[in-house]
Design a protein around this ligand. Sequence first.
Ligand code: PYC
Length: 331
Amino acid sequence: MRSTFFCIDGHTAGNPVRLVVGGAPPVRGATMGECRLDFLERFDWIRTSLCFEPRGHDQMSGGFLYPPFTPDADIALLFMETSGCLPMCGHGTIGMISFGLEHGYIQPRTPGRLRVEVPAGIIDVSYTMAGARVASVRLSNVPSYVAARDISIEVPGLGPLTVDVAYGGNYYTIVEPQGGYTGLDGMSAPHLVELSRVVRALVREKFKPVHPLDPAIHGVSHVLWTDLPSGEGADARNAVFYGEKAIDRSPCGTGTSARMAHLHGKGLLALGQRFIHESYIGSRFVGRIEGEARVGDFPAILPSIEGSAISTGFNTIWVDRDDPYWEGFQL
Ligand code: PYC
């Protein structure tokens, strides 16, 4: 038996986005949060076959378009990547919205604006066009907050570290330069992956966050290493670890949101202030704190993230059950 997926491939600020516009499965649920859980239970082979080798790679991510449940929403997104289906993905949203608009798969009711359902909630998006291309996408992300401060861990090779955990659509361990971690210069991506796995495992032993308003969102999934900017005009640089082997090539939308909540909590980023965040490869997102809110008992920010994406081509992918690697594999 052969399943066919029609995809638009591309990248947001260097990180891959595979938008599946033909072949999305009939997920069940009354919200995108429920659909995410149903997808993981019944259709996870689609994610592994499209994200893992030999059709994908360690950084692969993307997702599917669905009709929204909320009457005033224009479209719903379901994300996929190598580790599962994230509640929210910033670079994925920028890429999927860009490619969907450019190729007519998303029809806005008001040109330049979209209301988008994602598993973590509802987000407002605005975008600009340059001819037939989407020039930029700005998303108002879900409320982001600091979930825990001052977690002490002992990392072999780095020594003692004190880290915080913040939420921006996913839960991030935030590591600032200190002790054995002096910044990203000279840190290779494989070395960061190796250290991040250890840091994440140590933090998971000490802290298990659960989203106060949605218990299906839980657990520290990512590690965000912070540093000073490397280029002029940026405010900070980061390297974000996700899945088992990936360093985000983009500045990471949910990671930037978590970092802005973190800096705001320390009094280092004010309401309305712009925050230009550089990725490990030097690509940029523009973040801003648009407002303040609460998530349960936690003070939170309302962050926005702006960036752009480039499509690299159409990709019709067959998943053939006669292929010994039809479900994909990871080394
Ligand atoms: O941009 O939010 C993001 C993201 C999550 C994982 C990789 N990128």
